[in-house]
Ligand binder design. Sequence first.
Ligand SMILES: [Zn+2]
Length: 219
Amino acid sequence: MQRPFVIILLGAPGAGKGTQAVRLAAARGLPHVSTGDLFRENLKLETPLGKQAKGYMESGWLVPDELVLDMLFARVARPDCVRGYVLDGFPRTLPQAQAFGERLGRIEPIVIDFVVRDATIVERAAGRLTCKACGNIQHARFAPPRVAGKCDRCSAELVQRPDDAPAVVTERLRVYHEQTQPLVGYYQTAGVLRELDGEQSPEAVFRSLMGLLPPQEAA
Ligand SMILES: [Zn+2]
């Protein structure tokens, strides 16, 4: 049997990781494990870990990495993760990556770096138009509305989300370069990094991504 693996997607916010993570998980029949979702789930279900996290938050403290890791490893100990899983939103800092690695055991990390230039990310976000009514997403340049300013699907008004404003995107990229980009070197040194050209179309990115993974075992 193939060694179980965890797929870690690295890349700047807006590089397209989230969408590809969901697609990849579905295509390979692997669970998609998002630490953000796990966090919300533990809080909502008031699990012992969720209660601990709530205690930190109510005291105005950051939730320690160890606690996030406890939630993560409680999740991936479930039987659906026995062949592996796709990790989303984690690790984001070098200490997180190190602590995660220490607890991985015999699971092999496969790290994919979505390489996209900052200018591309800013351009994608700046042109993104979101429908106020139905949530449909269009783009001034790549998916222009048939009628200016109106949603193709429901004709309601298209707006730019505050999150997509260039100043906000630029700040997110600054934080990424400072905190998360060092992971690229870290995983490169560990010999588990694979680079992916994230400037391609989403379809081409998906094909490249599948090509970087180990062949699927016959069931
Ligand atoms: Zn709409």
